[in-house]
Design a protein around this ligand. Structure first.
Ligand code: PEP
Ligand code: MN
Length: 380
């Protein structure tokens, strides 16, 4: 793509390191918080939620670019203090949006990341200004911006001297009215193909409704996003802005707990916060792990059956393959500090039931074959 001199694709992807947080590497970064900062208590509760979920960055708008001039415009500097304090008290980084030179001046030395909102994606003077600072910039995709326009907006920041840009897909305007915007998940792959910059996804402003946030977040990770920016509010019904798309604290924490498996399915990592160690929560964790173990055993059994259907049973080969598997798993068990004996005892049983199910499947197939030889279907 023409003119992506600095933002274009390179051999090495851009990885942004900020204190103990790395954006654009293997780990998926979770950013959470309310649309707008409303009070100190609201921010403390939000920070607590983000921390518990395993999020690393607290968000909250203090200068709100609202569609209507009569909507809540943000608390300004007072709100900034609440955001910064809550993040600090909970060991989180923080991000807020700037809308002009003055707001940039006011926040630049107080927050860790600066956000340029969708409505300002092509505010070229503002892009040049954030290009002169030494802090990462989250650059939201404009409401109706093409991917090329979005990347060229990033180029403005890079060309002005700031290489730390994080692209954020937050839905684009289409003819579809069921959601606030249409989340363009292909943009994640396209932007990552055309550029070396990290790409995160904001499902909240895309969907505009909380019931879709969980599935869109997972889809975003599967699509290659480096992080998620999700709105959460201690009491969404009372939120000054974007309540309908904000997750409750419980929903936010639950979603975070579900992201790890999606991340690992695409060779990424997300570590959810550790739930509190009450007896109930520990039991719930054990129950959900047991369920996963059983579901995976069922999957394994099905694959073993398919394998059995594809070959004649060859016991010699099976025995040597079983030995190999056990050896590999014993090594893994050692790495995971599990007793090797556990593998040695459990796996013979798994193999035995696998072979039994292969034999059953063979017998069933033979019977079917016999029946079809005696009673061939008459071709009418
Ligand atoms: C926001 O993140 O608070 C916001 C206003 O988002 P967007 O610019 O994507 O509409
Ligand atoms: Mn919002």
């Amino acid at each position: 793509m023409k003119d992506l001199i600095l933002a274009g694709r390179r051999a090495e992807r851009c990885v942004i390191g900020l204190k103990d947080v790395t954006i654009g590497a293997k780990e998926i970064i979770l950013i959470g918080g309310p649309c707008a900062v409303e009070s100190s208590l609201q921010m403390r509760r939000s920070a607590e939620t983000v921390k518990k979920a395993g999020g690393k960055i607290l968000r909250g708008g203090v200068f709100k670019p609202r569609t209507s001039p009569y909507s809540f415009q943000g608390l300004g500097l007072e709100g900034l203090n609440y955001l910064v304090q809550a993040a600090k008290d909970h060991g989180l980084l923080c991000v807020t949006e700037v809308i002009d030179a003055q707001s940039l001046d006011q926040v630049v030395n107080r927050v860790d990341i600066i956000q340029i909102g969708a409505r300002n994606m092509q505010n070229f003077e503002l892009l040049k200004l954030v290009g002169k600072i030494n802090k990462p910039i989250i650059l939201k995709r404009g409401l109706s911006a093409t991917i090329e326009e979005w990347l060229l907006a990033a180029e403005y920041v890079l060309a002005a001297g700031n290489p730390q840009v994080i692209l954020c897909e937050r839905g684009i305007r289409t003819y579809e009215p069921s959601t606030r915007n249409t989340l363009d998940l292909s943009a994640v792959g396209v932007a990552k193909e055309l550029s070396h910059l990290p790409v995160i996804v904001d499902p909240s402003h895309a969907a505009g409704r909380r019931d879709l946030i969980s599935s869109l977040s997972k889809a975003a990770i599967a699509a290659g996003a480096d992080g998620l920016l999700i709105e959460t509010h201690p009491n969404p019904a009372e939120a000054a802005s974007d309540g309908p798309q904000s997750l409750t604290p419980g929903q936010f924490i639950q979603l975070a707990g579900e992201l790890g498996v999606v991340a690992s399915s695409v060779q990424r990592i997300f570590t959810a916060g550790r739930p509190e160690d009450t007896i109930e929560s520990l039991r719930a964790q054990i129950d959900s792990i047991d369920q996963i173990i059983l579901e995976k055993l069922a999957d394994r059994m099905q694959i073993v059956r398919k394998l059995g259907d594809q070959k004649r049973l060859d016991q010699v080969k099976v025995a040597s393959r079983q030995k190999e598997i056990v050896q590999r798993l014993v090594n893994l068990a050692n790495e995971l500090q599990l007793p090797a004996e556990l593998v040695k005892r459990i796996y013979p049983l798994i193999f035995e039931f696998g072979i039994q199910s292969q034999i059953k499947s063979h017998l069933a197939q033979e019977k079917e074959l016999e029946l079809s030889t005696y009673y061939p279907t008459s071709g009418k």
